[in-house]
Ligand binder design. Structure first.
Ligand code: MN
Length: 305
């Protein structure tokens, strides 16, 4: 589906049939009008950027307020439109989110050390009285990373490093894995193009056998769940490139020595079912001692559960 405003609205309707999409279309028209004389470095119309950000957020099934704010997120910073005007037209909720995003944009640091991970992350979370501000910021970074090729090589590396050190861990912390792995893989491809290509190639070579294996695991699990009358959705996937690379590096291993190249996810609708499924999984395969983490009983960083 091409990334147009119509396809955006269609996407929103698919998960939120009753939602009022008028504000999304109005935000789009407003942003398009006011960014009209601006171009991206790629030579494309500027509006494609906020539109791309909104699409990323619609894939995450975010609400209309967030999508309207995403479409307008660069209007206050990059055009003559004031925050007050946005507030008058689109309401205080949208304006507050945009204000938060704009303030995050303005954080700069005197040097690298200062910018480094922990402080920056804390600042992010503290400033984000509304979590949607941070989520838009992450989607903004992802859209920028997708078009990073139009920057100078130095700038590309700088952005990629920052993304890997700050934005991807932040996405991870918030439990937004679909943003995390995309941010990581795009940064990885920019920073270490040869290693990236190598891993892509190795993964592709072994893809068929691995996909067979995942299918088999899914089938076995499905059969057991059915016997126990548990309704569940099972997803299996091959791990992402950067996570394979990190594992090789951290553990000093060759590609062929990495065994956990797959991940299987079982989605159930209650906590009780979740523990029952874990019991079933352990009866089918042996757990690895010391590697079981219970983020249900003990949320990660107190956030991710
Ligand atoms: Mn932006």
């Amino acid at each position: 589906m091409s990334q147009s405003i119509d396809s955006l609205i269609q996407k929103v309707r698919s998960y939120n049939g009753k939602g009022d999409t008028r504000i999304i279309r109005e935000a789009y028209e407003f942003a398009r009008t006011h960014h009209a004389d601006q171009m991206r470095r790629s030579g494309e119309e500027f509006i494609l950027h906020p539109l791309g950000v909104a699409h990323i957020l619609a894939d995450m099934q975010m609400d209309e307020t967030t999508l309207a704010a995403a479409l307008l997120h660069d209007v206050v910073e990059d055009t003559e439109i004031s925050l007050d005007e946005v507030k008058r037209r689109f309401g205080p909720a949208v304006a507050e989110i945009i204000d938060g995003v704009t303030k995050l944009d303005r954080i700069t640091f005197a040097n690298r050390e200062e910018a480094q991970a922990e402080n920056f992350r804390k600042m992010f979370v503290a400033m984000a009285r509304d979590i949607r501000v941070v989520i838009i910021k992450l989607a903004d970074r992802l859209d920028n990373m997708k078009t990073i090729g139009h920057l100078s090589e130095d700038k590309q590396r700088e952005k990629a490093r920052e993304t890997l050190e700050i934005y991807a861990p932040l996405a991870h912390r918030l439990g937004i894995s679909q943003l995390k792995w995309q941010l990581e893989d795009l940064s990885f491809a920019t920073l270490y193009p040869l290693r990236f290509q190598e891993i892509v190639q190795m993964v592709n070579q072994r893809r068929p056998e691995r996909e067979d294996y995942i299918q088999q695991v899914k089938k076995d699990l499905q059969a057991q769940l059915k016997q126990s009358h548990i309704k569940a959705e099972i997803e299996g996937r091959v791990k992402h490139y950067y996570s394979i690379y990190s594992k090789m590096k951290e553990q000093g291993k060759q590609f062929d020595e990495i065994y956990d190249l797959f991940a299987v996810r079982v989605i159930v609708s209650s906590k009780e079912d979740c523990y029952t499924v874990m019991g079933i999984v352990h009866s089918l395969w042996h757990p690895v001692p010391g590697r079981i983490k219970d983020y249900v009983a003990k949320p990660r960083f107190g956030i991710y559960q």
